[in-house]
Write a new protein. Structure first.
Length: 744
C-alpha cells in the first residue's frame, strides 16, 4: 500500500492526507469502471480486476447504472423465477457473500474493512409474482407515484445495542430467543444467525491477512499499527469493544455490512454512542484528541454515513460535548464527501453552529448541513407522541429522521409529484364539456386526484408492510433494533415499536407557479384560453407563438418572490397535502407523516412529464422539494428563499429542507460567518426544519462542468447527499450548475 518515508514524521495529519489521496484514486477508478454515480459517494472500493464483474441494474433515478459483483459468486435460489426470497435464504446468501468477500487493509489506517459490491445486485428479481399488486398499477402509473413497495432500510438502528453486546453477544441473543420462541420465527432467526456468522468470518480473515502483511512490512511504524489491528479485531470477532478505537472499528464493521446489504447509511448520534469510550480512554490517559480525530477520520473515510452532532436528549438537555467538535474536526481535516448534520436549537451549544459554518465556508464542500432539532421534535409531538420521542428522533438520511432502533419509517421512498397531479387534474377538467373551466374548478379536480393518489399510496404501504418480511427482510438493521429479535418479527412487519411512514411531496414550485400563471394569464388578463394552453402544453411550446406564450407564463411572479399569488398557492398546496396525508391512517391502521423533498426524483419525473403552465418545457427536471424554481427572483435573495421555504413546512416532525447556494465571496467577508449563522437561525425560527448549503464559485463550477477531470476533488451537496462532482452524470451536474447560476 506504500510505506511511510523513514525520514517523515508519521503524524496523524500526514496519515489523513495519504488516506485522502488514496480515496481519490479509488474514486477515479470507480469513475472509469462504473461511470456516473448519482448517489452518495459512499466508500465502495472496486474488487481486484480478476475478482469482479460489471453488471447493469436499474438505478433509483430511473436509468440503468453499472454495478459491481464479485466474480463467480453464485447465490442460492428458492423460487422458480431464479431469485431468492425470505429471511433464511437471504441470510444464507449474505453469509456466502461475506465469506467470499475480499479483505481490505490499508496499514496507514487504524481501521480495516471496506465493501466492494452491493448485495441487492445479486437478486435478479426484486419482488415475487405471487405477491401481486397489479390492481394498483394503473393509478400508480397515472400519478407517477414512487410507492415505496419493496424499498429497503430508510430507518435507523440503535448502535448502542451492538456496542454493548458485540457480535458474540448478538449471536447468543439470537440463539436464546430462537429457543424461547420456538417453533415460531425459526427462518427469521436462522437468517439473523447467518448474517452474524458471515461477519465474524470476514473479521477473522482480516486478522489472518494482517498477520501475513506483518511478515513483509519493513516499516516499524506500520508493523506496530498492523499488530494493533490484529489485537483489536481478534477481540471484536466475539467480544464488545472496550476502547475508543475498538468502538470505531466495531461501528465500521456494522456500517459496511449494513451498506452492502441494502444501502443502509445511518450512524445517528455518533458523538453520543462514542462518548463513553472517549471518556474512559481519556481518563486512563490511553487516548488523546489527535488520535481520536484520526480514528474518526478513518471511520468517515470508508462511508459517507449520516451523522447528527449535538441536540437534545430525551429530557431536552443538549448532548453536545467536546467529542462533537472532534467529529466535526475529523470531517474538516479529511475533506471528502460526508453527511454530517449540526444541530441548531434553543438549548444547543451555539458554538457548534458557529464552528459548522466556519468549516462550511472554509472548506466549500457543502459540509456540514444544519438541523432544526426543536422544530422537528415539536412537530412530532403534534402527532400525539411524547416530546421525548421527538427529541430522540435523529437525522438518519438525506432529509429524514427516525428514533434509532424503535421506529420504521420508509422515509425518502414515497413521493407524490405535485405537477403530475396538477397535469392530471387540468386534463380531467378540460375533458369535461359539461362545465366551464376555471381556476376554482381546477382546484377541485386537483383535490380529487391528490386525495386518490394518497389513497393509492396508503394501499401500497399496507401491501409492503404485509409482505416485505417475506421478500427481503431487514436482517442487518434488525440486529440493532428493539423488538425484532425479542419478538421474532422483522422491523418491516411490526417488529419495532412505531411504524410511521414518510410521504413526501415534490415539485411544489412547478405546481404553485402553474396555478398562478393560469390564473393571471387566463382568468385575470384573458390573454390565453384554456384550450390554447392545452395546445401549447401538448406541442411543448413549439413555434414562435408557443415560445412567446411560454415566456409570458414564465414572467408571472413566482413562488419565492414574496407577496405573490404563487406564494399563496404554494402555502395552500403544502397545507392541503399535509392535511390529506394526516387525515386518516392507511386501511390497515398505519400512520403516514408528510414531508417535502425530491431527492433525485426531479430528473426522472421531468423526463416523463410534459410541459407545465409555469413555462417549464417537457422533459426538463421538476423543481426541487420545497424550494422555489431556480431564477425565482433576479436577485436570488437568500432571505426571500428562506422565508418562502419556511412558509410551506408541513410541521409534523418530517422535514422540508431548504437548498441554498452561496458564492465564496461570502467566506472572505469579515462577518460572513455571522451572516450565515443569522440566516440559519432566522429560517429555523420561522419554522424551517433543515438546510443544505453549497459554497461554490460560479466560474469554477462551470469549468468543472465542462471538464470534470480538472477538479477531481470538488465536492458538492447535490440534494440531501454529498458527492464528488466528477462522479455525477451530466444531468445531475447540470442540476447543481443551474442552482448556482440562477439562484445562488
Amino acid at each position: 500500500m506504500g510505506t511511510i518515508s523513514k525520514t517523515s514524521k508519521f503524524t496523524y495529519q500526514h496519515r489523513i492526507d495519504l488516506l485522502r489521496e488514496r480515496k481519490q484514486r479509488y474514486t477515479q477508478e470507480k469513475q472509469r469502471v462504473i461511470g456516473a454515480m448519482d448517489y452518495d459517494d459512499w466508500g465502495m472500493i472496486l474488487p481486484p480486476p480478476d475478482e469482479r464483474e460489471i453488471v447493469e441494474v436499474m438505478g433509483n433515478s430511473g436509468v440503468p447504472i453499472r454495478d459491481v459483483r464479485l466474480n463467480g459468486l453464485k447465490m442460492l435460489t428458492n423460487h422458480p423465477d431464479g431469485s431468492f426470497y425470505g429471511p433464511q435464504i437471504v441470510g444464507e446468501n449474505y453469509r456466502r457473500l461475506l465469506m467470499t468477500h475480499p479483505v481490505f487493509i490499508d496499514p496507514i489506517s487504524s481501521l480495516v474493512g471496506a465493501y466492494m459490491t452491493n448485495f441487492g445486485s445479486y437478486r435478479p428479481n426484486g419482488w415475487p409474482a405471487e405477491f401481486d399488486y397489479s390492481h394498483l398499477h394503473a393509478e400508480q402509473q397515472k400519478y407517477q407515484l414512487d410507492t415505496g413497495i419493496g424499498g429497503a432500510q430508510h430507518f435507523s438502528q440503535d448502535l448502542a445495542l451492538g456496542l454493548k453486546l458485540g457480535w458474540g453477544g448478538l449471536l447468543d441473543k439470537v440463539r436464546d430467543f430462537r429457543a424461547l420462541n420456538a417453533p415460531n420465527g425459526g427462518a427469521f432467526y436462522n437468517g439473523l444467525e447467518s448474517v452474524i456468522l458471515g461477519v465474524q468470518d470476514w473479521i477473522e480473515r482480516h486478522v489472518e491477512a494482517a498477520l501475513e502483511m506483518i511478515e513483509s512490512e519493513p516499516d516499524p511504524q506500520l508493523r506496530r499499527n498492523l499488530n494493533e489491528i490484529i489485537e483489536v479485531n481478534e477481540r471484536l470477532i466475539d467480544d464488545p469493544p472496550r476502547t475508543f478505537r475498538e468502538a470505531c472499528q466495531w461501528i465500521l464493521w456494522y456500517q459496511i455490512v449494513a451498506r452492502m446489504y441494502n444501502g443502509s447509511g445511518s450512524l445517528g448520534r455518533l458523538d453520543v454512542v462514542l462518548q463513553p469510550f472517549y471518556d474512559r480512554d481519556m481518563a486512563a490517559k490511553t487516548l488523546n484528541d489527535e488520535e481520536a480525530i484520526f480514528h474518526i477520520a478513518c471511520l468517515l473515510l470508508r462511508d459517507t454515513a449520516y451523522i447528527q452532532l449535538g441536540g437534545p436528549d430525551a429530557s431536552g438537555k443538549d448532548v453536545t460535548t467536546h467529542l462533537s467538535f472532534l467529529i466535526l474536526e475529523a470531517a474538516h481535516r479529511l475533506k471528502i464527501p460526508a453527511n454530517i448534520g449540526v444541530s441548531v436549537g434553543k438549548n444547543v451549544d451555539p458554538r457548534l453552529l458557529e464552528r459548522g459554518v466556519e468549516i462550511l465556508l472554509e472548506d466549500k464542500l457543502g459540509i456540514p448541513k444544519f438541523l432544526a432539532v426543536d422544530q422537528t421534535a415539536e412537530g412530532f409531538a403534534r402527532l400525539g407522541y411524547p416530546i421525548a420521542d421527538g427529541y430522540e428522533r435523529v437525522y438518519t438520511g438525506c432529509h429524514w429522521l427516525s428514533i434509532p432502533g424503535r421506529e420504521y419509517t420508509m422515509d425518502d421512498m414515497i413521493k407524490i409529484v405535485f405537477p403530475v397531479i396538477f397535469d392530471v387534474a387540468l386534463r380531467d377538467m378540460l375533458s369535461d364539456k359539461s362545465t366551464e373551466p376555471s381556476v376554482a374548478r381546477l382546484w377541485g379536480y386537483y383535490h380529487k386526484h391528490m386525495r386518490r393518489a394518497i389513497d393509492v399510496i396508503a394501499e401500497g404501504v399496507d401491501f409492503h408492510i404485509e409482505h416485505m418480511h417475506q421478500v427481503f427482510p431487514e436482517l442487518v438493521l434488525d440486529l440493532l433494533c428493539h423488538g425484532p429479535i425479542e419478538k421474532g418479527i422483522d422491523a418491516s412487519h411490526g417488529g419495532v415499536e412505531y411504524i410511521n411512514i414518510g410521504v413526501d411531496g415534490s415539485g411544489l414550485a412547478n405546481a404553485a407557479d402553474s396555478f398562478a400563471a393560469v390564473e393571471q394569464r387566463i382568468e385575470v388578463e384573458k390573454r390565453m384560453t384554456w384550450q390554447e394552453l392545452l395546445y401549447y402544453l401538448d406541442t411543448n411550446w413549439e413555434g414562435q407563438q408557443g415560445q412567446r406564450a411560454q415566456l409570458m407564463m414564465k414572467r408571472v411572479p413566482r413562488f419565492g418572490h414574496g407577496g405573490t399569488r404563487a406564494d399563496e398557492f404554494a402555502r395552500r398546496i403544502a397545507q392541503h397535502f399535509t392535511t390529506l396525508v394526516l387525515e386518516k391512517p392507511t386501511p390497515a391502521g398505519h400512520r403516514m407523516i408528510p414531508g417535502l423533498f425530491s431527492w433525485a426524483l426531479m430528473l426522472r419525473t421531468g423526463r416523463t412529464l410534459g410541459a407545465t403552465p409555469d413555462g417549464r418545457s417537457a422533459g426538463s427536471p421538476t423543481s426541487h422539494g420545497p424550494n422555489p424554481s431556480p431564477g425565482f427572483r433576479k436577485d436570488g435573495a437568500p432571505t426571500a428563499l428562506a422565508v418562502a421555504v419556511a412558509a410551506v413546512q408541513p410541521g409534523f416532525g418530517n422535514t422540508a429542507p431548504m437548498q441554498i447556494e452561496f458564492e465564496p465571496l461570502l467566506a472572505r467577508e469579515a462577518d460572513g460567518v455571522k451572516l450565515v449563522c443569522n440566516l440559519i437561525k432566522t429560517h429555523f425560527a420561522a419554522g424551517g426544519t433543515q438546510i443544505n448549503m453549497n459554497v461554490l464559485d460560479r466560474a469554477k463550477i462551470l469549468e468543472a462542468n465542462a471538464d470534470p477531470s480538472k477538479y477531481p476533488d470538488l465536492v458538492v451537496r447535490v440534494t440531501g447527499f454529498s458527492a464528488y462532482f466528477a462522479s455525477l452524470s451530466p444531468e445531475f451536474r447540470q442540476l447543481v450548475v443551474d442552482r448556482i447560476l440562477q439562484g445562488g
